[in-house]
Ligand binder design. Structure first.
Ligand code: PMP
Length: 357
């Protein structure tokens, strides 16, 4: 029996991805070779790569003038590559927690960073209504804070190239890609297994690469655009699995359907939290993430947190422990998670409360 998986990433993936990737590992399209054995430059893998890029463009309605890349190094490598390529003097970073902080730490190696932050309230809200200086090289945001459970649902209009870490809410809603100069993230939440990084980059952003800086070849975006993500050997199985996710998202009704289901899942769980006498959400209502639902036990029940994790585990709900920096619980409800998964968790919460409150 498949468990109710609430892991934050790697996380639950679609059944069709698991089945089709497993089959391709044994035999790719009946050619008598595994996806693990074919050349990445041969026609069989090239077809996988081309279809994956085309599906990304289709599913996310990416306008012309953008390239879709699949790279190594995780979103964390992008934290460094972005300022290395584009930070000449000053950049603007919206700091919503751990991941934004890691991104802006790298930026500080290359120039001045102007920051707006929700640290004053322990990252329990998403910053809004700030001014951006008009001389910044770019603006960097993290659309969903995987650890604290805050999310922005709007595509901002800003006066500089907008670069967004979409690691943990990619494909969970329609996005106006034209508002962004670059969208990137690790695949290991809504897109596929860990090991590949997606980058959607506006080709004209390359005009903003800092002219007099010596950047290693592998760390230049132009290298990967020119090489069709094949400058070096790409993570072939991961890209195959990403293609399976994109096919699945499309078959389910695309990002519009993903958003509808995400809202339903989140509503079910947040309603259970808000109506409980035992659990509570630390996040302000309007900024609550649909992907990472963070909750804690009210003070008088705090010592029962470990018991609840064990109790939920007996009901097949796994991956609920909050991030080590926050404590409490985090239910990650990414695209592949179902209403049945969330209902099982809500039932576990209600049963536990009935027994222990
Ligand atoms: N950004 C966000 C929002 C994340 O959630 C994560 C990983 N959980 C990262 C960046 C880092 O990604 P990676 O491990 O792929 O470097």
């Amino acid at each position: 029996m498949r468990k109710h998986i609430f892991n934050a990433g790697p996380c639950k993936l679609s059944d069709s991805l698991l089945k089709n990737t497993a089959e391709a590992i044994l035999d790719l399209n009946g050619i008598g070779q595994s996806i693990l054995e074919v050349s990445h430059r041969g026609k069989d893998f090239q077809a996988v790569m081309d279809e994956t890029v085309e599906l990304m463009k289709e599913v996310l309605s990416i306008p012309t003038g953008y390239s879709v890349l699949f790279l190594g190094g995780g979103a964390s490598m992008q934290f460094a590559m972005i300022p290395y390529n584009f930070l000449k003097t000053k950049a603007f970073y919206v700091n919503t927690g751990t991941w934004s902080k890691k991104a802006l730490k790298e930026a500080k190696l290359w120039g001045e960073v102007v920051e707006v932050s929700s640290e004053d309230k322990n990252y329990t809200y998403y910053p809004k209504g700030y001014d951006i200086p008009n001389d910044v090289d770019y603006v960097h945001i993290t659309t969903n804070n995987t650890i604290r459970g805050t999310e922005i649902f709007e595509d901002l209009s800003v006066n500089a190239p907008l670069i967004a870490d979409f690691s943990s809410d990619f494909l969970s809603r329609p996005v106006d890609v034209s508002k962004y100069a670059m969208i990137y993230g690790g695949a290991q939440k809504n897109l596929g297994p860990a090991g590949v990084t997606f980058v959607i980059i506006k080709d004209s952003l390359l005009e903003k690469v800092v002219a007099d800086r010596k950047i290693p070849t592998m760390l230049q975006y132009g290298t990967h655009i020119d090489g069709g993500s094949m400058f070096n050997t790409p993570p072939v199985v991961n890209i195959f699995a990403v293609r399976e996710t994109l096919k699945w998202v499309k078959s389910m009704g695309g990002v519009v359907a993903m958003e509808k289901i995400a809202k339903e899942r989140a509503e079910l769980l947040y309603n259970a939290i808000d109506s409980s006498n035992m659990f509570e959400s630390p996040v302000v209502k309007e900024d609550r993430s649909r992907m990472n639902i963070v909750f804690v036990m009210k003070d008088k029940y705090k010592e029962k947190e470990a018991d609840f994790i064990a109790f939920a585990g007996e009901k097949n709900c796994v991956g609920l422990k909050g991030h080590r920096s926050v404590g409490g619980f985090r239910a990650s409800t990414y695209n592949a998670s179902t209403m049945e998964d969330v209902q099982a968790l809500v039932n576990a919460m209600k049963d536990f409360e009935a027994k222990n409150a």
